[in-house]
Design a protein around this ligand. Structure first.
Ligand code: GTP
Ligand code: GTP
Ligand code: MG
Ligand code: MG
Lengths: 293, 279
């Protein structure tokens, strides 16, 4: 663990004196290595380590904990601050129905997450979700969301693969109101951030239904490319937040830090399994500990 | 003289950034750069192009031995049973669809086994791919035992004298012991109905994943003894650099790469092309 590595770096430093520039340099190397292993982006690691280095130099060595533990605490606190210190809710502003758009790369977990969001809203008792399958490209994508909607007893728009996603979204808003629902969760096809026509399609959906919230769904195993992906989606759509999925695995999830550092949008929820109930609000302190390993 | 050293440092950082942001990983990056520097020092070369070329050459020599080809026209046995395994959402089902179409176009008789009986609409998804490829799909009810689908599919393949059985499995995180046990059981059942099956156990890896791909390879290999790898989503901006570390640690052929969502977006793994795309 990072704590063990840092303890080794500082083992000559006992409960007296200050943490000096020399022993900090090796500590920073260990922190950098640890964060890169955790998939935090190269550039984000660079600026993060610089910040931590500044805070670490000249710190009084306490007698109650090891210098290694002190540094870890500085790193941990800095991570928590960067990741966002409060759980942010779905943005449901203005007059209902509130459209919520989920976007992201192929296979990141959007369709499953829509069902989880709907289930969470239903459990909350304050909102009535309406599900919209607007992925007409992936084989059986409509079937997938329709089946999930049935599982959670939520109404679902009867999309057809011959429909166009923009038209589906528009018609679904009207249907949702007729069905007495106030939150319209729109599933979209996975797409690469460099696929110009597909990114333009998302902008058209946004213009057509004026979503109250737009969430980027990101796989926790995502590597260095997380930054480019998040930047592109954010630039095109002005995201409301991020949902991190598959946190039930052993990926350290450094993509979370990279994304937050670069686009500064809140990570709102996390997927922690394949079942509908496997969904939680984001906890920055838990994420910080996980990234540190 | 000091100026020369400065260029070195800047160049090294530049190279380090290219390699690390390609998901090659910190340790492997250091090894590549260190080896390149040693090589150049011996030859007393010190220009940026040579350094880059040395790294490229190292990567190609690491990956070239891992280029593999599935036996298609020279099947040692039929039906040739191929399992597709991997974590959630990496592209297993889509890859099977692409391969099925490709094999059918080469006049092979293919049967698909819809052994993901868990995820919503997994069977309809594979069924649609079966339709696209013009091949039959063996499927059971949702929630049924995936091993039963494996058994049924291999038996059908034997009766119909099929060349290939492509087995789709549910996405599973390698950290889930019960799911890994289920996968092991599916392998045992395949061997029971046809000794020696499955003849290929392929791990499908997503090029957008970072260092976790190494863990996936380790755990799946330990669990079922992989025979090969497939790397998908190389049409994305991700470079799939983790495959270098995987190639270094495991003597596993990389058979295919996915370069898109269409039926034609499946290619053989080519070491040179892969390294070229990274730079
Ligand atoms: N273990 C785990 N699996 C998840 C989680 N979220 C989604 N999945 C799985 O990830 C896979 C992909 O999920 P989908 O919902 O189909 O992903 P998607 O983003 O809609 O995919 P595309 O529509 O093809 O872009 C499925 O096997 C899901 O069950 C999670 O939090 N944990
Ligand atoms: N861009 C791109 N997308 C791909 C590629 N291969 C698969 N996909 C997409 O990735 C998403 C997930 O593909 P699936 O075939 O459902 O993945 P899976 O591994 O079977 O997923 P689960 O069964 O849910 O674990 C789909 O949207 C596919 O179209 C590829 O090579 N490139
Ligand atoms: Mg989907
Ligand atoms: Mg699948």
């Amino acid at each position: 663990t990072l704590t063990e590595r840092l303890n080794t770096v500082f083992k000559k430093l006992k409960g007296q004196g200050k943490i000096t520039e020399e022993n900090v340099r090796e500590a920073m190397r260990q922190i950098r290595l640890s964060l890169l292993e955790a998939d935090v982006h190269y550039k984000v690691v660079k600026s993060f380590v610089a910040t931590v280095q500044e805070k670490a130099i000249g710190v009084e060595v306490l007698s109650s904990i090891t210098p290694g533990q002190q540094i870890v605490k500085i790193v941990h606190d800095e991570l928590v601050e960067l990741l966002g210190t409060r759980h942010t809710q779905l943005r449901l502003t203005g007059v209902p129905p509130y459209p919520v758009l989920l976007v992201g790369l192929q296979g990141s977990g959007k369709t499953t997450t829509i069902a989880k969001l709907a289930h969470m809203l239903k459990q909350g008792g304050k909102h009535r979700p309406y599900l919209v399958p607007a992925d007409v490209q992936r084989p059986a994508a409509i079937d997938q969301l329709t089946a999930l909607a049935k599982q959670i007893h939520a109404p679902c728009y009867p999309s057809k693969t011959s429909d166009n996603p923009v038209r589906i979204a528009e018609k679904a808003i009207q249907e949702a109101t007729r069905a007495g629902c106030d939150v319209v969760l729109i599933d979209t096809a996975g797409r690469l951030q460099v696929d110009e026509p597909l990114m333009a399609e998302l902008q058209k959906i946004k213009e057509a239904v004026n979503p109250s919230d737009i969430l980027l769904v990101v796989d926790a195993m995502t590597g260095q490319e997380a930054v480019k992906v998040a930047e592109a989606f954010n630039e095109r759509l002005d995201l409301g937040g991020v949902i991190l999925t598959k946190l039930d695995g052993d990926a350290r999830g450094g993509a979370a830090l990279s994304i937050k550092a670069v686009i500064d949008r809140p990570i709102k929820f996390v997927g922690i399994g394949e079942k509908i109930e496997d969904f939680e609000p984001f906890h920055p302190d838990r994420m910080a500990s996980r990234i540190l390993g | 003289f000091a100026g020369k050293k400065e260029i070195d440092e800047e160049l090294l950082e530049e190279l380090e950034e290219i390699l690390i942001t390609s998901d090659i990983g910190f340790e492997t990056t250091q090894e590549l750069i260190e080896t390149a520097r040693k090589q150049l020092r011996r030859k007393d070369i010190n220009n940026p192009e040579s350094l880059k070329q040395s790294i490229k050459n190292q990567m190609v020599s690491l990956l070239k031995p891992r280029e593999g080809r599935l036996p298609i026209d020279d099947l040692p046995i039929a039906p040739y049973v191929i399992f597709f395994a991997g974590v959630n959402g990496v592209g297993k089902t889509t890859t099977i669809g692409k391969l099925a179409k490709n094999l059918k176009a080469r006049d092979k008789k293919v049967i698909l086994a819809a052994a993901d009986t868990f995820r919503a609409a997994a069977t309809p998804q594979l069924a649609l791919w079966g339709e696209k490829a013009g091949v039959d799909v063996i499927a059971h009810q949702d929630g049924s035992d995936p091993s039963a689908v494996v058994y049924d599919a291999i038996q059908s393949a034997q009766h119909r004298l099929a060349d290939f059985v492509l087995v789709d499995t549910a996405g599973r995180l390698h950290t889930k012991k019960n799911l890994m046990e289920e996968l092991k059981k599916m392998c045992r059942v395949a061997d029971k109905v046809m000794p020696g099956a499955p003849h290929e156990k392929l791990l499908v890896l997503d090029a957008t994943n970072g260092q976790n791909a190494l863990m996936q390879a380790k755990q799946f290999h330990e669990a079922i003894g992989l025979t090969g790898l497939i790397l998908t989503k190389l049409d994305s901006t991700a470079k799939g650099g983790v495959i270098l570390q995987i190639a270094h640690e495991f003597d596993l052929p990389i058979y295919l790469i996915g370069v898109g969502e269409g039926a034609e977006d499946l290619q053989n793994f080519d070491a040179e092309a892969f390294v070229q795309a990274m730079f």
